[in-house]
Design a protein around this ligand. Structure first.
Ligand code: DQA
Length: 151
């Protein structure tokens, strides 16, 4: 039970060039590299998956139940506001997760205020650009250190 899984939803593969005034200039690979280094130095395995396809994310969450994943950082991106299927997968596996957003969805269009994940999440980090992921990772590692020390 030692893997930290990061899931990135649709269009996050475009980070760096996608609406940089909203999402910043860091590419996803740079964000993931920083998260990987920090996670591995805390003695945990790291995996990151980005997909534009809902079923790929649902299937990765389902597989997480049996592959040693102990925590998930999830930026569902647009699926935040639409995906009952991904929500149900997270509820089914009952692996604790933090919901992450680069932007602050509450300061944007009204349709972004609805999340299918927030009430299931351990916590939510949003509005800090790429730092939202780092802050969420720190919170996840602190929680794991308390509840499930690395072997
Ligand atoms: C996002 C916010 C969502 O509303 C949007 O659809 C995204 C990215 C964020 O990280 O700020 O794609 O999840």
């Amino acid at each position: 039970m030692d893997r930290l899984l990061v899931l990135h939803g649709p269009n996050l593969n475009l980070l760096g060039s996608r609406e940089p005034e909203v999402y910043g200039r860091q590419a996803l690979a740079e964000i993931d590299a920083r998260l990987r280094a920090r996670t591995e130095s805390a003695g945990r395995a790291f995996e990151s998956v980005q997909s534009n396809a809902e079923h790929v994310l649902v299937e990765r969450v389902q597989a997480a139940a049996g592959d040693g994943t102990c925590f998930i950082l999830l930026n569902p991106a647009a699926f935040t506001h639409t995906s009952v299927a991904l929500r149900d997968a997270l509820a089914a596996v009952a692996i604790p997760f933090i919901e992450v957003h680069l932007s602050n969805p509450h300061a944007r269009e009204p349709f972004r205020r609805q999340s299918y994940f927030s009430d299931l999440a351990v916590g939510i980090v949003s509005g800090f650009g790429a730092n939202s992921y780092s802050l969420a990772l720190d919170a996840a590692l602190a929680r794991l250190a308390r509840l499930a020390p690395a072997s």
